[in-house]
Design a protein around this ligand. Sequence first.
Ligand code: NAP
Length: 305
Amino acid sequence: MRNMVIIGSGPAGLTAAVYAARANLFPLLIEGKEPGGQLTLTTLVENYPGFAEGIMGPQLMDEMRKQAMRFGAEIVKGFVHAVKLKEHPFRVYYGDDEVVTKSVVISTGSSAKLIGIESEMQLMGHGVSTCATCDGFFFRGKEIAVVGGGDSAMEEAIFLTKFATKVSVIHRRDTLRASKIMQDRAFANPKILFVWNTVVEDVLGARQAGVSGLRLRNVKTQELSELNVDGLFVAIGHNPNTEIFRGQIQLDDRGYIKTQPNSTRTHIPGVFACGDVQDPVFRQAITAAGTGCMAAMEAEKWLEH
Ligand code: NAP
């Protein structure tokens, strides 16, 4: 019988592991498909407090992992494919293993939706990004493109005009999905221009040199063209990783886990959720780490009582 099983190894899960381990709960953390989470897809992280010169995303996650292990957290590779949260103690299944536990911390994160072309993945972190807040700063004085037509794409495009000289929004239709107010702001911004009815067929460039351009296709005319840009931001939405919890835990209409106000408590006593899996708004490493800390402290209190 475990005191605590933590599902997911991004900043939320690893911070929960550090706190739980220091509270002598000997937590078991199951890493998931993408050990370290979304930060392992970025290069330099400049906005995580404590690193004046910035730190590489994978290194930051490695440090958190070592920190959790130093205090006695057990970290195992594996993907949790099922959980039983309706009866206590809870059961968590990964690979061929079953773990029985008094409490569960869910930190499975979310995944940015991708266009799905090979060059996009190859150049991820090398000119292709899914996070303007994280990477916009690297494109000072450059021309970039944003893919998407929703609020996220407008928000990212507007934010990126602080750095870039020109931002091309590439959208697959000729009308935006974004709210009226976000549309108005984007249309009024002289640095933003729109490329309608268009999809990205290929990202041009190399990992060393970065992105040099995009190959585009007009979906109405099938005409191909090239657009010279130094960066591509993919802003076509996120999916919270909550499939295995569906039907057991309360989710909002977008699939994010519902937590109680100012808390990481879910509607099931003993089950806590932290990080991007319950946060469609901020989605930052530091906020994920913050809620990871909250989850461990709330779980510790709950176990005590
Ligand atoms: P979204 O509203 O689902 O919009 C996704 C956009 O990406 C759509 O325009 C969609 O095109 C496009 N898209 C999807 N898959 C694509 C693909 N494979 N290739 C090319 N384009 C693709 O997602 P979101 O913008 O992330 O917003 C999610 C939610 O958060 C929304 O409810 C939004 O209002 C909210 N949000 C609010 C704010 C704010 O108010 N400040 C900021 C960010 C997000 P189609 O339009 O053709 O489907």
